[in-house]
Design a protein around this ligand. Structure first.
Ligand code: HEM
Length: 408
């Protein structure tokens, strides 16, 4: 591959600092002769990552192009095709038919436990812990990418859209994690395809607004998508583990198999996720993917600041979640992200931080005990499932469910 402005700018951080081997892509003289680090993937896989920075979501992008030609009726066709299936459309336009066919075709690696295993793992952890780690851990990592932050900052008024994003991402995640909801036509399936189309619309709009492809690659590229997918896995569950919510290796394995299917529905290239089976392999991929980003910029800082502020709003929204103080939010942020990241985002230090390690230890011990008694463990899972359902019913209808790129 020829060196481009893109590979230079997005990969400069890595090439200049860590010597992971992306030198080959940008032909960095200092590294060109160095042997490839044996535990850091191979040149071929990194060339692949370079190529994926230029790929969006061909199937969904074609639907967006088709919708422009179809006019106002197109959106209705899309919505009913997603919710009721390809069969429900009398004369589907070709790109929409191809999109729906691909999603309704079940990959050979899907088994019945794909629809329930990850859900059980997720539901073994209480909702407030998920809400906190999503808002303060996963999204903080998502926003730390200047390439992702730039797209998001361009999509609407910062404060309003950050609050909405937190709420709607929580909504989407909980829908996907309900048992069986990812089956074709289920609420997680429908929500994920709606989000995928929202991405394709945002990609088209961002490109039309003069996005600098040479500097950042395709907006919402395959690399950005898989990076965000990883935010829901090793990043989120790493944060949860720091709060005492550990998983067994069987639970982790179930989780990844369910998330393969989510990746499939989100339009992520299987070559990016099929070999990711646990947190170790996920972190290896994350290291390579993160290497394509420069450090967090002003957009990242603005998004993280607003997301932290929006956390208390999320907790005050529904009676299912307990009210949460700013002290607790700041202490949790520091604990799960560490002081260097907390300092970067100017999160205040608080004495409340000292309470988190003993609480995490108590949580860890309680989980070990509960897991040893199947009846207790299953009752806990059922209880979390019913709380999640109540919470979802209390949330306002998500804008993404309207099937349009409504936010500007
Ligand atoms: C696993 C990958 C991802 C998931 C699960 C995901 C999830 C979501 C969800 C639930 C929404 C609807 C809520 C909302 O409107 O914010 C959304 C919208 C959106 N997402 Fe993603 N996302 C992913 C990756 C990305 C990436 C990499 C980008 C790149 C910038 C991105 C950009 C957007 C944009 C622009 C919108 C539309 C409106 C907005 O929030 O400003 N997403 N996404």
């Amino acid at each position: 591959m020829q060196p481009t402005t893109l590979t230079r700018r997005r990969m400069m951080f890595l090439g200049a600092t860590s010597g992971l081997g992306l030198a080959t892509l940008g032909r960095w003289p200092a590294h060109a002769a160095a042997p490839w680090p044996t535990h850091r993937g191979d040149e071929q896989s990194e060339r692949f990552i370079g190529e994926m920075l230029h790929v969006g979501d061909p199937l969904a992008d074609a639907v967006v192009a088709e919708l422009v030609l179809l006019g106002s009726g197109g959106k209705k066709l899309l919505q009913s095709g997603i919710a009721q299936g390809l069969k429900s459309l009398a004369d589907p336009p070709p790109a929409l038919a191809a999109f729906l066919r691909a999603n309704e075709t079940i990959p050979p690696w899907v088994t019945p436990s794909t629809y329930t295993g990850g859900s059980r793992t997720f539901m073994s952890i209480p909702l407030p812990a998920h809400a906190l780690t999503l808002a303060l851990g996963a999204l903080t990592h998502t926003y730390s990418s200047p390439a992702i932050a730039a797209v998001l900052i361009g999509t609407g008024e910062l404060i309003k859209s950050t609050q909405r994003r937190l709420l709607e991402t929580t909504d989407w995640l909980l829908r996907c994690m309900q048992p069986g909801a990812l089956r074709v036509g289920g609420s997680g399936y429908v929500a994920t395809l709606q989000v995928r189309m929202l991405h394709a619309q945002a990609r088209a709009r961002t490109l039309a607004n003069g996005w600098d492809v040479a500097a950042f690659g395709t907006p919402i590229s395959q690399v950005d998508l898989v990076r965000t997918w990883l935010d829901f896995l090793p990043v989120s569950y790493g944060c949860l583990s720091r709060l005492g919510y550990d998983l067994t290796s069987a639970e982790i394995s179930d989780l990844y198999r369910t998330w393969w299917y989510i990746a499939h529905l989100l339009g992520i290239d299987p070559r990016l996720y099929r070999r990711i089976t646990d947190h170790t392999t996920a972190r290896q991929l994350l290291t390579v993917v993160d290497a394509t980003n420069q450090p967090p910029d002003a957009n990242s800082r603005a998004l993280v600041t607003e997301s932290v502020r929006a956390t208390s709003g999320l907790f005050s929204l529904a009676t299912v979640l307990p009210p949460i103080s700013t002290e607790t939010i700041n202490a949790t942020f520091r604990h799960i992200n560490g002081d260097p990241i907390a300092d970067l985002y100017a999160i205040r230090r608080t004495p409340a931080q000292a309470l988190i390690p003993p609480t995490a230890l108590a949580t860890r011990n309680a989980r070990t005990l509960a897991r040893a008694i199947p009846l207790t463990w299953n009752t806990q899972i059922k209880f979390h499932e019913s709380l999640t359902e109540t919470f979802l019913n209390l949330l306002p209808t998500s804008a993404y469910a309207s099937g349009g790129y409504a936010h500007k």
